[in-house]
Design a protein around this ligand. Sequence first.
Ligand code: GCV
Length: 677
Amino acid sequence: MAGHAATAEDGYALWLRYAPLTGSAKERLDQFNPVVVQTGEADPSVKVAEEELRRGLTGLLGHVPASSGGSPIVLACNDGSSGARGHFNVAAHQQANGRSLLAISAADSVGCLYGAFALLRELSLGRDPATVELAQAPAMPLRMLDHWDNPDGTVERGYAGRSIFDWWHLPEELSPRMIDYARANASIGINGVVVNNVNASPLFLTERYLPKLKRLADAWRPYGIRLYISVRFSAPIEVGGLKTADPLAPQVKAWWKAQAGKLYQAIPDFGGFLVKANSEGQPGPQDYHRTHAQGANMLAAALGNRGTVIWRAFVYASSGETDRVKQAYEEFKPLDGKFAPNVILQVKNGPLDFQPREPFHPLFGAMPHTRMMLEAQITREYLGQATGIVYLAPLWKEVLDAPTGHGATVAQVIEPTGMAGVANTGSDRDWTGDQFDQANWYAFGRLAWSPALSSDQIAREWVGQTFSRNPNFVRQLVPMMLSSRQAVVDYMTPLGLAHQMGTGHHYGPAPWVCTLDRPEWNPCYYNRADAEGIGFDRTRSGSDALAQYAPSVAAQWADPRTMDENDLLWFHHLPWSYRTQSGKSLWDELISRYDRGVAAVDSMAREWQTLQPYVDHERFVDVASSLAIQRKEARWWRDASIAYWQSLNHLPLPAGERPPEHSLSYYEALEFPDAPG
Ligand code: GCV
């Protein structure tokens, strides 16, 4: 039996719904009350932990927990233990009076808050409180969200409405959303937030913004979240009235020091600066013939030991000569060991730009004397934006688990430092523009907390808390989520193709685009398709990007006959007649992968229909409509891509294959002036 569907919901509560338990699970939990704070009563984080426990228990029980008479839930938030900041224990003990006691203990108050959320997660999933036993610590110190939000309320690559940050009305008005946002983040262990776009407005370094930033930082502090800002390297000129932003100029150094001083006066635990420099037109130290290290170290000196400079490695010059995917490594590898101790290099998961699939970035493991963190993209800029179901944990796990060949996996390389995710939040009621994109926010936080978690476990947790803990529902929905990432790879860019999207909006297919000024902005630069074959030769006979990887890794990808074909055309240019591992020609294999992607989306849409009894009407319809869009998108990608490849190779489709619905010129003529940017 499906059980009763929840009442109508709009997704605002995220995974913190605390839907009522029933039957024996409710009876068991009813034995546990009251909530008692044993230590740390006055601490703001303990207060919010207590509040959250009460809120959660009230939801789960369907009534306010009794104020006495049961087995107490005790918050012991200064238990004298040592360990990583944020670690906690949750366990039930037997007391002398025969009753149980459920204790959440931690060395610091934020650990206690994390413990409270972890307990609520277990309870929400129907776990018997008497058997809960958790001992956890975050795997990495920095677990961050990077917002690409602008002061005017727009969001670069945002698909969920306007920015959640209302700079105009701050500091006087603090939207309740800012607290719910902090609760959601704390529940998954996020402890740092960069509030503005890396294409940074200098406004954030003006006097007017200080009280606004302070108000947010104060509001988030109890939730264990430190505030960071992105800074524009040329801000000393734009808002400082200086004639230069040269990092070695004394007046520039003094200006940044003064700015840092003001920030720390207002926000004593201010996190630091995130910087995109000399990348895609942003100013940087190279404008003054200085290196990235000189630029980063100057800012690091301004912050001193109070904060961190997070310097992005996402750079590529406007040159058709050097393969774009090689450029970050070429620029940064020689700087290993040259960065100040409070500088972190933030490296995207792959060497290109958040594509549906990329091999891991060759910088991971290659700069042993540099602190390095991983940058992932939660917002789906290149993966269909906010439509359908595309669960990203498998993408991130693929990268985290990859052995770098330098004696560590990517996860091990970044664990001493951290992980940042480009946020997918917006002003839409459901926060992420699509119900299932909440799962990606959740999964990012959970993986930053523990990269060892499996995509499957994270999906189970999310589904159980967000939709329904009914085992039949979970059993059916989780596999859909797990296969959804491969589906998007298959219908968009199978077999290692990448960067085939339309210019500007990055939404639909446009493999034919070849006339943009910067060669490396053109899809044709990446597919290199012609009458004879397709793919980018990155072996020694081509750009030799393979040589940037450790020899053991490069060897795996060097031979198209033995490598994992998921990355085939990323590394190899091959004739259309090339025999793939399935025995099919490359052309036939490509078509079969597009088809597999389309079929996977059709099947998700069909399966969702059968799940209606478990889901409230509002979210059921919302997801069903979103899947209807994804079905259209999948066909569009398949058909437009095949039409273009056929215009080059003139090969017939394998017998029985459906021809593209429209002519190539139809797809080429499509325009989307109204797409979000
Ligand atoms: C914030 C890609 C995106 C840009 C983004 C850039 C970056 O190129 O399309 O919108 O800019 O990455 O990561 O800096």
